[in-house]
Design a protein around this ligand. Structure first.
Ligand code: A3P
Length: 789
């Protein structure tokens, strides 16, 4: 009490100047203290040099006990914990991949493996610190696995985000995979601070083997030692005496080669069983250049996701040999080559039941080689029943060059006459450029060429060794099927692909298409009108079926094919600067439109207009009322948006159609997975309404139009309509019809408040996305963010 009294008296005696000075000093001290701690935390999380602990002596350990090497005491040994088993029902089957940049090699390799397994993923540029994407959505985990291209980005996360991520991993049983790629600046020996794990970097390794005790092995077989050096001298190995770490791949140090003594076994890939902090991890001491790492990565993904992102062990293989009879003299098969082909086929059958080469032929070139090669043709034909066959065109023409179907059929019949009894099979296939794609592709069709069976027999050598390799290193079970059955099997495994995503290749290479993929009620019709005023932009012909819009990518029209779509556009002109454009207001929130559009129009530019999602929902509701929708007539807007689960289904449908399109971040994210951010322009719908000419300037810049139109002179505000319209000669205006820009009462306050809350999180997500895309926030979004909480 006495002390308080004195202090009070002291403060009363202070002048204003002294108070300000004290306040200033207080602030400075706070800033310094914060800076010290922030810097200190960062330093602590970086791998630090460990005094006195270098790379262990070579030749002292046995691979059967890879942890036998003496380890320094761990810096922070937490009480032992067990990892929570992954609770699959609580997370979405999506992998969160933190890459170093959009173009980093390792990041692309990781993504390639996930894509070939058809696993869903989301890539994020790993931030130096902070900016963790939203991990949960209404108590549901958005990711089932986290992969860091550079594990240091995880270790060096600021304390807040690190705790956020770790808590998420523990709570949802989510594992982490990380890669440590040493460089010239990496410390030779270091501890991953916070972990009882030591890293020794920039080593050369040899004689790699798989630890048979590793629990994550599925595809990878732990039997063989890969003799010889591992690629590169920049390996990092892991060392620990904590029971949480189990080596997965082991290799010997290379430096003892001269002494002849075997090098110490090091763990080049290590599995953290989660006994340390409840999180399971798999750490790689290098990138994916080493082929065994690819196998182990696929197994790690499977293990850490409780086999949710996992593939069956069956792998189907089909080997096509193209251009039988077509090759030039000197490159074709002779009698001995044909015999070797049959022998190899029989040999392969011991590993792949019923393995049969699939021969593609053009009959016209039968007997077109040297005498020796013609004998080869005869022998091949006499063995015709031993192989599968599929026809090319009789004279090896490309089928799309035939102008009508009957000529094409005639040509095919000529081929048929060569065999009479052979069925007709069309090729369904795709080429592989990397044999290791085998690991994550359940069906592989190799397209090979005659000359590799006649000239150098490289084809036979390759497939014999490929099968041997698969047998030796993997638990995969190789199978084969003729093409049609294989196609059927393919669609059994991937039923979702019955809906093709690519109808034709390389269309529209020259003529860009702009898609206004936005939402009904955001201003699409106005933008469509304004774009149509530009001489370099050509719109689609209106569709009678779908209220002028083509609506190709989002619905059933897609199955009518590309020709149906193209009929909505004039024939391409020679000027490459021409843009076609169409607007279909249902593209933006469609689950499939982005994927389909990107497969067909990879170079398209996408424009989307966003207005406040609350206003959009309200406008949509008013639109439905104006069209006499009985549900919209019966219920107020507030009833619609707040309808509970027990309300009539029709009301719930209207509710969902009012609210779901406004989850802009989700929809935009989908477009961003298929298009580069530079191809997408996000427009402020509010600005389109009030300053359309400025918006049109922006669009012209985005499209790179050389012929710039001054919209300030050709648009005019029509006070009667209350909107901007096209200015016609003579001063008259051409505005949109009655159904656009209707007059209706303002939204009630309760609904506004409800929707502000409803869209709050999504609007924050949207602002983050736009920030990443380098696009300004629409004015309404800034206002919403200011208003909320
Ligand atoms: P309201 O009718 O609710 O006012 P869409 O064409 O995508 O369905 O969007 C219709 C909305 O575009 C209208 O919604 C209106 O607010 C807005 N809009 C923006 N600019 C306009 C313009 N120049 N003329 C008419 N409507 C315009």
């Amino acid at each position: 009490m006495l002390m308080c009294g004195r202090l009070r008296r002291l403060f009363r005696q202070l002048t204003l100047q002294t108070s300000l000075l004290l306040l200033f000093i207080f602030c400075m001290v706070s800033v310094l203290i914060s800076a010290y701690f922030l810097y200190g935390v960062k330093r602590e999380l970086e791998p630090a040099g460990v005094g006195g602990v270098g790379v262990p002596e070579e030749g002292t350990a046995d691979w059967e006990d890879p942890r036998a090497t003496p380890s320094p005491p761990s810096a922070r040994v937490l009480p032992a914990r067990t990892a929570k088993p992954a609770d699959m029902s609580r997370t979405d089957p999506v992998v969160l991949v933190f890459v170093e940049s959009l173009y980093s090699q390792l990041g692309q390799d990781i993504v390639a493996i996930l894509e070939s397994g058809r696993f869903r993923y989301q890539t994020e540029i790993a931030p130096g610190k902070g900016d963790m994407p939203t991990l949960t959505d209404k108590n549901r985990g958005r990711f089932t696995l986290v992969i860091y291209e550079n594990i240091l980005k995880y270790v060096n996360l600021d304390a807040w985000n690190r705790e956020l991520l770790d808590k998420y991993c523990v709570e949802y049983g989510v594992g982490i995979i990380g890669f440590f790629k040493a460089n010239e600046n990496s410390l030779q020996s270091a501890q991953l601070k916070g972990f009882p794990l030591f890293l020794h970097s920039n080593l050369g390794l040899r004689d790699c083997s798989v630890n048979p005790k590793s629990p994550l092995l599925l595809i990878t077989k732990a039997r063989e030692v890969e003799h010889g050096p591992l690629p590169g001298d920049d390996w990092t190995v892991f060392q620990s005496n904590h029971t949480t770490y189990e080596p997965v791949l082991l290799a010997r140090g290379r430096s003892t080669e001269a002494s002849g003594a075997p090098g110490l076994l090091h763990a080049a890939v290590v599995q953290d069983l989660g006994l340390h902090d409840g999180i399971q991890r798999v750490l790689f001491g290098n990138n994916l250049n080493f082929w065994l790492h690819k196998l182990v990565l696929v197994d790690a993904v499977s293990f850490l996701t409780g086999k949710r992102l996992s593939l069956a062990l069956e792998r189907y293989i089909l080997v096509d040999i193209d251009d039988i009879f077509v090759g030039k003299e000197g490159t074709r098969m002779k009698v001995s080559d044909v015999k070797a082909l049959l022998e190899t086929q029989n040999e392969l059958r011991t590993h792949v039941p019923n393995f049969t080469f699939n021969l593609g032929f053009s009959g016209k070139f039968f007997h077109a080689g040297t005498d020796e090669e013609d004998l080869g043709d005869d022998l091949l034909l006499s063995y015709s029943k031993e192989f599968w066959w599929f026809p090319h065109m009789w004279s090896h023409m490309q089928p799309h060059l035939f102008h009508n179907q009957s000529v094409l059929a005639e040509q095919m019949l000529l081929n048929r006459n060569l065999f009479r009894s052979q069925p007709f099979i069309y090729l369904i296939g795709w080429a592989l450029n990397d044999l290791l794609h085998f690991i994550s592709n359940q069906i592989s069709i190799f397209m090979t060429h005659l000359s590799n069976y006649g000239n150098d027999r490289l084809g036979l050598y390759t497939f014999k060794n490929l099968v041997k390799f698969i047998q030796m290193w993997t638990n995969l079970k190789l199978q084969t099927l003729p093409p049609v059955q294989l196609a059927q099997r393919y669609f059994q495994i991937f039923p979702e692909e019955r809906d093709p995503i690519c109808l034709i290749f390389n269309c529209f290479v020259k003529n860009y298409i702009i898609d206004i993929c936005c939402l009904v009620c955001s201003g699409t019709t106005a933008l469509y009108l304004f774009l149509g005023m530009h001489p370099d932009l050509t719109s689609n012909y209106p569709s009678k079926e779908t209220f002028e819009e083509i609506q190709f990518f989002n619905g059933r029209n897609y199955h009518k094919g590309i020709d149906w779509y193209m009929e909505y556009f004039p024939l391409p002109s020679n000027t490459s600067s021409d843009f076609y454009f169409e607007k279909s207001a249902n593209y933006f929130d469609s689950e499939v439109a982005a994927r389909r559009a990107a497969a067909l129009l990879p170079k398209a530019k996408i424009i989307t207009i966003l207005i406040n999602p609350a206003d959009r929902a309200y406008s949509w509701y008013q639109h439905q009322r104006a069209h006499d929708d009985p549900v919209a007539q019966k219920y107020t807007f507030h009833d619609v948006i707040t309808a509970g689960r027990d309300m009539p289904i029709k009301l719930r449908v209207l509710q969902s159609r009012s609210l779901v399109p406004g989850l802009y971040a989700t929809h935009l994210q989908r477009w961003l997975t298929h298009y580069h951010p530079s191809q997408i322009l996000v427009l402020d719908g509010q600005m389109l309404r009030t300053e359309p000419a400025l918006v049109m300037d922006k669009i012209q810049k985005f499209l790179g139009l050389t012929n710039t139109l001054n919209y300030h002179k050709i648009l005019a505000f029509d006070p009667k309509k209350g909107f901007w319209c096209q200015l016609l000669d003579g001063g008259k205006t051409k505005c949109l019809g009655k159904s656009k820009g209707r007059r209706y009462p303002d939204m009630d306050v309760d609904s506004r408040i409800f929707l502000r809350e409803y869209y709050h999180e999504h609007n924050i997500e949207l602002s983050k996305l736009l920030y990443k895309m380098g696009q300004p926030l629409p004015s309404w979004l800034r206002e919403e963010l200011l208003h909320s909480r």
